[in-house]
Design a protein around this ligand. Structure first.
Ligand code: NDP
Ligand code: 8X3
Length: 252
């Protein structure tokens, strides 16, 4: 039987990379996406020992490139069964009156519009086949707002709304839609948020046990392996030490 095919955005790091690895371990062929060519190349090499892998290098902000790359997938990879809308980041952590407008643009263009472009490019094939599964990576930041999180939280609230909207509009078309909303996961997320300040980034995860990208990959795998009639619509997950965006049981 033909393997299923998953397209994962943001596969060069963190949650996306862990998911790509777990999918490959379980016989899912992969379209891995990101901007960092070298990382995609080495991941493709690593995972090609297990499954068929195709890399797509594009910035999800670039609408025409998103459609060009996804519509131009080689035949072997063109029937996407699973879409993991994962690419995204926070940029900055500033009060609203001090926010950097370039950071705002980046978060809204990547986390919201990029997710929409990729979904629009993948959906026609799923609709034609009357089957598919879209998992949108939201966040606890899409469920509550924390000080200085303003625009990142807005972008993830938008993902929450888009997830619900997709599920409503695709109801009856055989396509599962669901969101996984993690709390703090130790990835390159905070390094990006703090623009390469590794100490400040590491400090975010000090004094408690955060989630790992593999924890989220496990949950994504659980979602995609449910029986055909079961759709994980919306799942929030935090580490034991985290109770909300601002309440974290830190020992130091
Ligand atoms: P990482 O920084 O480790 O990974 C982010 C991924 O997104 C990278 O692969 C990066 O690839 C890709 N990406 C970023 N910008 C773009 C862009 N413009 N075009 C294409 N790809 C892009 O962070 P995480 O793994 O933690 O984040 C993954 C998702 O999980 C994000 O949506 C994030 O908001 C969400 N999340 C993270 C949490 C956390 O605490 N870490 C908690 C809740 C949600 P490249 O740079 O190669 O383009
Ligand atoms: C990432 C988790 O708490 O930094 O979405 O917003 S948080």
């Amino acid at each position: 039987m033909k393997n299923k095919i998953a397209l994962i955005t943001g596969a060069t790091s963190g949650i996306g990379m862990a998911t790509a690895r777990l999918f490959a371990d379980n016989g899912i062929d992969l379209v891995i996406c990101g901007r960092r060519t070298e990382r995609l190349g080495s991941l493709e090499k690593e995972l090609s020992e297990k499954v068929k892998v195709h890399s797509l290098v594009f910035d999800v902000r670039n609408k025409s490139l998103v459609f060009e790359h996804i519509n131009g997938l080689p035949e072997d990879f063109s029937e996407i069964n699973i879409l993991i809308n994962n690419a995204g980041n926070a940029h900055g952590l500033d009060p609203i009156h001090l926010g950097n407008t370039e950071d705002w643009d980046a978060m809204l263009d990547i986390n919201v519009k990029g997710l929409l472009y990729v979904s629009k490019a993948v959906l026609p094939g799923m609709l034609e086949r009357g089957s598919g599964h879209i998992i949108n990576i939201g966040s606890t930041a899409g469920k509550e707002v924390y000080p200085n999180g303003n625009v990142y939280c807005a972008s993830k609230h938008a993902v929450d709304a888009i997830n619900q909207g997709m599920r409503l509009d695709l109801n009856g078309k055989g396509i599962k839609v669901g969101a996984i909303n993690p709390g703090m996961v130790e990835t390159e997320f905070s390094q990006v948020r703090f623009k390469g300040d590794k100490d400040r980034a590491a400090n975010v995860y000090k004094g408690f046990t955060p989630l790992s990208p593999e924890d989220i990959a496990d949950i994504i795998w659980f979602a995609v392996t449910r029986p055909p009639h079961v759709n994980i619509a919306d799942l929030t997950v935090m580490s034991l030490d985290q109770a909300s965006s601002t309440v974290v049981n830190k020992s130091t």
